[in-house]
Design a protein around this ligand. Structure first.
Ligand code: ARG
Length: 571
């Protein structure tokens, strides 16, 4: 719709200037004034004439009528004056040449305007804490983060995806103590990350009864910090085991990271930043700890060094940001975490600004709400959590059951069940505004009729099936023609893809794409139910409809990729 609006805005501008020389409107003003009518039967876009009324000293309905009579534009089929609005209808020729032909020409690139060309965007996302569970609280950062990366990539940005692993900190002291007391090699090799988490949980249980364990954990961590060989070897091993496991989940989601530089990577990069903080007189001693006072900005102080001189979460984030700016020369660096960390990010972003780094405003925090399952909130400390891999496994199992019933002979059933199972979780999660708290209800996520992943993937498979049937027909041989409102409506929805992409990037909001996918699916299914496609008698009609199906498949496919949804050729 972007091009359409642009062209109409130019045509309107010339028309209005002819009506009166006193008007100093710009094309941008007109673009801002456009509205979408509540119902497409009223027009594709509407131009309200109320603002013009004072300058022209005429009633809005009269202005609308005058414009409707003199407006000339190649891209509209008609313009009607209704109650002070000019209701504008896009022409079929426009829909064919600017939407259908464009999709056919640009294919997977359709919808992108390359507005990110030449710019670099860094994404810090997923970033689980080693030895702590990779639980459904990480679902948001993982898939919102990846979607934002895909969206930027689609717009031509050079993207760097970083998994800032929580691979450093006192939890390793605890884990080392627990391992030495209750663990052994075979057990961890067999149980993997679950065993590490179990050891970690046991540590907390035992430490409740025996205070000295905490002291021992601190000692082991100090040894690790001083490069004690045994502890370093254990630490490396723990990280490796965890990573192997995380990568299985990433593979299910189709996610690959460009870098796994976690917190440990920055241990030797903090002193230089602490020095700058000191030089700039930003550090204050408060009860022995070093802080940056942020009271002037209505925030609690940002903690830089603990009393014992050890560094903290914000200290590492500052060092990491400086490193990334140097390494990647980013135009933006985007951090996706739960809203619970918003203050942390606001604080250290401020500190980076006070340190004089002029790129501080290129740092973006993208927060999201909490997830509960069947209305139960999750506790991380106790190990009473739902692991991400278990959530996916349950969904896949359920899809398998449905498929055994509905389509037991489907080739590569396992693969499809995984795509649909994982997809259902992603889709359900990304359907709402990210900041909203969501309650996950598996039954709803898996429903084939509703605004769900399975429904979207099923629609995609439907386009595939139709094209398969049409593969021997020479459907490019006739000039296409639009003969029904369903066809026109479908093309109108397809024309809005770029707008959805831009909106999703502007608001850091993948749900705009998820909802857009539903719009495409409903327009396509309406078309499918009301129009014969391969079986249409008239050859021109048949060919047009096959091409519309193919265009829908292209756009849906691109949109799926933007939200980590797998393309299912058959379900
Ligand atoms: N590891 C952290 C956690 O699980 C998230 C890290 C987010 N990124 C960052 N640069 N602080 O809570």
């Amino acid at each position: 719709m972007n091009n359409f609006k642009n062209t109409v805005a130019s045509d309107l501008l010339s028309c209005i200037s002819e009506l009166s020389a006193d008007i100093s409107l710009t094309k941008e003003d007109i673009l801002d004034m456009f509205e979408y009518p509540p119902d497409s039967s009223l027009g594709d876009i509407a131009f309200p004439c109320f603002k013009l009324s004072r300058i022209l000293r005429k009633a809005p309905p009269i202005i609308a009528k005058e414009i409707s009579e003199s407006l000339k534009s190649d891209v509209i089929s008609k313009a009607e004056a209704v109650n002070g609005y000019l209701n504008i209808f896009v022409s079929n020729e426009y829909l064919l040449s600017n939407v259908l032909f464009k999709i056919e020409e640009e294919k997977e690139h359709y919808g992108s305007d390359d507005s990110g060309k030449g710019k670099v965007a860094v994404f810090d996302y997923s970033s689980p804490n080693v030895a702590k569970p990779f639980h459904i609280g990480h679902l948001g950062t993982t898939i919102i983060g990846h979607s934002l990366k895909m969206l930027h990539q689609f717009q031509g940005y050079d993207c760097v995806g970083i998994n800032y692993l929580g691979d450093w900190g006192t939890q390793f002291g605890k884990l080392i103590v627990a391992y030495n007391l209750w663990g052994n090699k075979e057990m961890v090799e067999k149980g993997g990350v679950d065993e590490l988490v179990a050891l970690y949980v046991k540590f907390h249980e035992e430490a409740e009864k025996d205070e000295t364990l905490n002291q021992r954990a601190r000692e082991e961590f100090t040894k690790l910090e001083h490069h004690d060989e045994t502890n370093i070897a254990l630490w490396k091993w723990f990280v490796e085991i965890s990573l192997t496991e995380y990568k299985k989940t990433y593979k299910q989601l189709g996610i690959e990271f460009d870098s796994y530089k976690g917190e440990s990577f920055y241990t030797d990069k903090m002193p230089a930043q602490i020095e700058i903080l000191r030089e700039k007189n930003l550090l204050k001693i408060d009860g022995g700890a070093s802080i940056v006072d942020l009271s002037e900005y209505n925030m609690p102080p940002c903690l830089i060094l603990k009393r014992d001189g050890s560094t903290l979460y914000p200290t590492r984030d500052i060092a990491a940001a400086v490193y990334r700016k140097q390494a990647y020369k980013f135009d933006k660096c985007i951090y996706v975490t739960s809203a619970g960390q918003s203050l942390h990010f606001a604080q250290w972003f401020k500190v980076v600004e006070l340190m004089g780094y002029d790129w501080h405003d290129q740092l973006v925090h993208v927060p999201y709400g909490t997830v509960s399952i069947n209305n139960e909130k999750l506790a991380t400390r106790t190990g009473n959590v739902i692991l991400l891999k278990d959530l996916f496994a349950t969904a896949i199992e359920k899809v398998n059951e449905i498929m055994d019933e509905k389509n037991p002979n489907l080739p590569n059933k396992e693969e499809v069940a995984e795509a649909v199972g994982v997809g259902s979780v992603i889709f359900y999660y990304l359907y709402n505004n990210r900041i909203k708290d969501i309650n996950f209800v598996m039954k709803d996520a898996l429903s084939f009729d509703g605004n769900t992943g399975p429904y979207a993937q099923y629609t995609y498979a439907r386009t595939s099936g139709i094209l398969d049937k049409a593969k021997d027909l020479n459907y490019g041989s006739t000039a296409p023609q639009i003969t029904t409102s369903e066809e026109a409506d479908l093309l109108k929805v397809l024309s809005k893809f770029n707008e959805a992409v831009r909106g999703a990037i502007r608001d850091y909001e993948p749900s705009i794409i998820t909802r857009y996918i539903i719009d495409v699916c409903s327009a396509f299914n309406k078309f499918y139910h009301n129009c014969q496609i391969v079986s249409a008698e008239d050859e021109t009609v048949r060919n047009t409809r096959i091409r519309l199906t193919s265009a829908t498949k292209t756009v849906l496919g691109s949109a799926f990729e933007l939200i980590c949804l797998k393309k299912t050729e058959k379900i």
